[in-house]
Design a protein around this ligand. Structure first.
Ligand code: PLP
Length: 385
């Protein structure tokens, strides 16, 4: 019997979510409403943040958090080249110029030692990305940001449930953006959320996420009537729907159990792949942290393996095991080379990692025998069995 294809990720949607979605559909209120409110309250509590603003995606969250900075032409935003393109696309959409800091090859996070050199007179914000759910070293990063009066927008798309030195990402610092895309640690199908301790920023995002409509302003100007509103800025249509929040309410209740299961699976990979010379495994920093294990990524040691990462992906596919690619170095995409002058060699560590990285199957419903299958497939691919 041939094994079924093992995907690299799969959401775990249970009966509670399904019933809640059905109840929502039957309630007659399917767009932004009471379930979004309930979900935002639960997020605000879980993340210990005064403002948790849900959105249609994390991309929308990054866009609005950046747009709220009112960047002027030539203003710079520093980030990592090893991220999803949304991180840098939104910098450009908000009028900024992306500046990159190379990564640490082991943790794959921005190398904080290189950060100070990237800060200049036009730097307005830093976007650290908690790659795969491993927290960036935030203490020195925030120290630099404060010293230079720069905003920090943490791209926490991978990092709901991540902790840095005993504190949950979202519970301290400036601004964070989470994703609830289906392959993330919890999902609302598509969706995202911004947390911030800045009341003004929260208000701006809350306006911009729905057409710039301010119902309070209308009331302040002395008019009443529930159908009345005032537009005080040209906004977007980035709101989350109740149908999505119906999923999120119950996913959030199970998030910690999902992460615990991900950690157990990742620990098996760490323990059992260590002897395979064709692979380089992720390394963990010395500071205290809780890794959310959104991804488990290895690097192909191309010389030992006698194959490229892309050949490895194809070979795993022929063993019926799916993999993911997170990520090619973003500065090498044609748009960024052509419009910002980036080229090969600019950020050599991210480029090397981007050519060799591959994500192995990792999702909470994965069984122990699926880990065995993946490890056996890897050994077969490298002709180790
Ligand atoms: C690092 C990072 N940032 C931003 C995003 C965008 O998230 P979303 O798909 O919710 O817009 C993603 C999604 O994969 C991501 O991985």
């Amino acid at each position: 019997m041939v094994d079924e294809f093992l995907p690299f990720s799969r959401p775990w949607i249970d009966k509670e979510e399904i019933d809640e979605v059905i109840n929502c559909l039957e309630s007659g209120w399917i767009t932004t409403g009471p379930r979004v409110k309930q979900f935002e309250q639960a997020l605000s509590e879980y993340l210990d943040s005064p403002h948790a603003l849900t959105l249609s995606s994390a991309t929308a969250g990054l866009h609005l958090a950046l747009e709220a900075l009112d960047l002027a032409p030539g203003d710079e935003v520093i980030t990592t080249p090893l991220t999803f393109v949304a991180t840098i696309n939104t910098i450009v959409l908000a009028g900024g110029r992306p500046v990159f800091v190379d990564i640490d090859a082991g943790t794959r996070n921005m190398d904080i030692e290189r950060l100070a050199a990237a800060i200049g007179p036009r730097t307005r914000a830093i976007i650290p990305v908690h790659f795969a759910g491993l927290p960036v070293d935030l203490d020195p990063l925030y120290a630099l940001a404060q010293k230079n009066d720069i905003r920090v927008i943490e791209d926490a798309a991978h990092a709901i449930g991540t902790e840095y030195k005993g504190r949950r990402i979202g519970a301290f610092g400036d601004t964070q953006v989470f994703s609830f895309h289906p392959n993330k640690n919890m999902t609302t199908a598509e969706g995202g959320c911004v947390t911030t301790r800045d009341d003004q920023l929260a208000r701006r995002i809350s306006l911009l996420r729905f057409h710039g409509i301010d119902r309070e302003a209308w009331n302040r100007f002395g008019k009443s009537g529930s159908q009345q509103y005032a537009v005080i800025a040209p906004g977007y249509k980035y709101n989350m729907m109740d149908i999505q929040a119906a999923l999120g309410i119950h996913q959030l209740e199970r998030l910690d159990a999902f992460i615990d299961r991900r950690r157990d699976l990742a620990q098996r990979y760490q323990a059992e792949l260590g002897e395979i010379a064709e692979l380089a495994l992720p390394t963990l920093p010395a500071y205290a942290h809780r890794h959310a294990w959104h991804l488990y990524c290895v690097l192909i040691n191309v010389d030992e393996a006698g194959m490229t990462r892309d050949e490895f992906i194809e070979a795993m596919k022929s063993q019926n095991v799916g993999t993911g690619l997170h990520y090619q170095a973003v500065h090498l995409h044609p748009y960024y080379q052509e419009n910002f002058g980036f080229s090969s060699g600019d950020f050599p560590i991210a480029e090397d990692v981007g050519e060799r990285i591959v994500s192995l199957p990792l999702f909470p419903r994965m069984q122990d025998h699926d880990v065995d299958r993946t490890i056996n497939a890897i050994k077969n691919v490298f002709r180790r069995t």
